[in-house]
Design a protein around this ligand. Sequence first.
Ligand code: AMP
Ligand code: MN
Length: 337
Amino acid sequence: MNQTATIDAVRQICEAVLRRRTFLVTSHARPDGDSIGSQLAMAFALDALGKQVRVVNADAAPDHYQDFPGMDRIEIASAVDATAADAVIVMECSDPSRTGVAGLEGHPFIVNIDHHAGNRMYGALNWHDESAAACGEMVFDLIRALGVPLSLEIATHIYLAVLTDTGSFHHSNITPRTFDICRQTVEAGVNPAAMARRVFDSNSFAKLKLIGTLLDRMELLDRGRLAVLDIDDAMLAACGCTHNDTEGIINLPLTAREIQAVAFFKVTSNGDVRVSMRSKYDVDVRSVANRYGGGGHKNAAGFTVTEPLEQARPRILQQLTQAIEEGLRTWHVARST
Ligand code: AMP
Ligand code: MN
């Protein structure tokens, strides 16, 4: 998105927000740090403007987010009556169905704020900026444009969004703007060391056991460049874990120098298989997710498998091998020029 379009979108959203009184804020199902941070930063900003705000999500956030400010105000619901809200703010969703919350789609005033490729522009107002490393970067700009001071709560949630969606500053979508925003949040009182410990070093012993089991069973393909993890409910139960405990585990194989991409196949109790993917540098896992109706970013993407796994799995791994090949080629070309 060019700068003029951004300024325009932010101005329109500011005007719309200032003119309205009641808001419903939501984001995607199975929330992550960016969805939680973006929603709660926005909710605290709307509070500061004297607005009424509800935050509604389809699923609870993983445990290590539970003691962040404002978590207790998130309502968990699979359907909602949104008619009382003057505006619905949807963060981080390329399509409203990603919320997993029924009852929002017909709302006459949806504000769509997102940084994922392929956004369907479903809002009355749409602000889509693929160059943002986190949706939280966009929310930061919006909050500043609204003239709301950067309280510690708001700064904490913005930093949380950026810290998690950049894969703790590992992904290739980080810009000077990312650090400028972080600088301002730290000036507002955020403690980066404490944030990193709270988010990344809050594992239970059960989760450590799960990590051990998963890494022990990890498959290595493509001469060690592609790692594959699998999980089902039985493995979770054996370690005393739930699906929420799988968060972040996908990043561990990438700590091996050779591994360029990771696929994580998660078989859920209803038989659905969710595939999460991560990669380094120019290896584009979103291109694979797109072929299966999913999405995400170059270095972090996902989708749900809609065909028999034994049919899809070898093809997905073949496509990832191809993406690694192409990504490494681009990376070497870029480094040699
Ligand atoms: P995950 O592997 O679930 O942590 O997701 C990684 C990234 O891909 C996040 O930015 C997600 O929002 C995005 N993503 C995951 N699944 C989907 C999907 N089915 N459709 C669109 N984006 C997705
Ligand atoms: Mn995000």
